[in-house]
Design a binder for this molecule. Structure first.
Ligand code: SAM
Length: 238
């Protein structure tokens, strides 16, 4: 176990990474609970000419690696980065089974990962950046911009709030009611969703978007879900 240096002012990413991501039961059922829509994402990134044969990708907060595994069919090099050894163990099991040889699995975080080799063409991150408080989101976005090749792309998806602050209570309640299930094996319980809103750091689109731009990106495409709870961005490094 890595012990955080008490003299360091850098965030301890492990203590902010979500209790459940260090729970082996949760990691075992993760893929049944969460469809990361990797095939759709690959199609979209191919259509945008961001994913092309021979390209390289860093998947930040890769979790059980649904996107990393799909990207490995197209890319020359995929680096799957995550702070949770438990989630990465699931990915390693899958890699052992399918024999894919071009996915590197790295235990690190947004704030600690050091890229080696040629700068990547794409940094992909889905449902992970919200673990960082806003100041640290900016630090993470700046580190991603530094890592990418000139003109490289960032695909960012997360729980991000696009509603007005005064609508927060009804919108969050409506979202929980819409997606919650009693079946913890196949979906998200009310307690799990409530924990996300209460203990993690999802923010508003009107705060996140200037952060992305300030870190050195141009947002070329942005979309928000009808619920006002999810946002997806395709960004280019300026
Ligand atoms: C909800 S899962 C998403 C996994 C995957 N991206 C997906 O879409 O299925 C969030 C992941 O982010 C990871 N994570 C949390 N904080 C992180 C950080 N600071 N750096 C990198 N990964 C982090 C967690 O360990 C977990 O595997």
């Amino acid at each position: 176990m890595v012990v955080h240096d008490p003299d360091s002012w850098w965030l301890d990413e492990v203590s902010h990474a979500g209790r459940e991501h260090f729970d082996e039961e949760h990691a075992r059922r993760y893929d049944a609970k969460m469809d990361a829509q990797a095939a759709e994402e690959i199609g979209l990134l191919q259509d945008a000419r961001v994913l092309t044969p021979g390209c390289s990708v860093v998947d930040m907060g890769a979790g059980s690696g649904q996107f990393s595994l799909a990207a490995a069919h197209i890319c020359e090099r995929v680096v799957a980065v995550d702070v949770s050894p438990v989630m990465l163990a699931r990915l390693r099991e899958k890699l052992d089974l399918c024999g894919t040889g071009n996915v590197e699995v790295i235990g690190a975080g947004f704030l600690s990962y050091r890229h080696s080799g040629e700068p990547p063409d794409l940094v992909y991150s889905r449902f992970a950046l919200h673990h960082l408080p806003d100041f640290w989101k900016v630090m993470a976005l700046c580190r991603i911009a530094d890592m990418l090749r000139p003109g490289g792309a960032l695909r960012l998806s997360d729980v991000v709030y696009s509603f007005e602050p005064t609508d927060a209570e009804p919108r969050i309640e409506a979202w929980i009611t819409e997606i919650m299930t009693a079946d913890v094996e196949r979906g998200w319980t009310r307690a799990e969703i409530a924990e996300h809103v209460r203990d993690e750091h999802s923010t508003f689109t009107w705060l996140l978007e200037p952060m992305i731009e300030r870190a050195g990106f141009t947002i070329v495409d942005a979309s928000c879900s009808a619920s006002g709870m999810l946002a997806q961005y395709l960004c280019k490094k300026r």
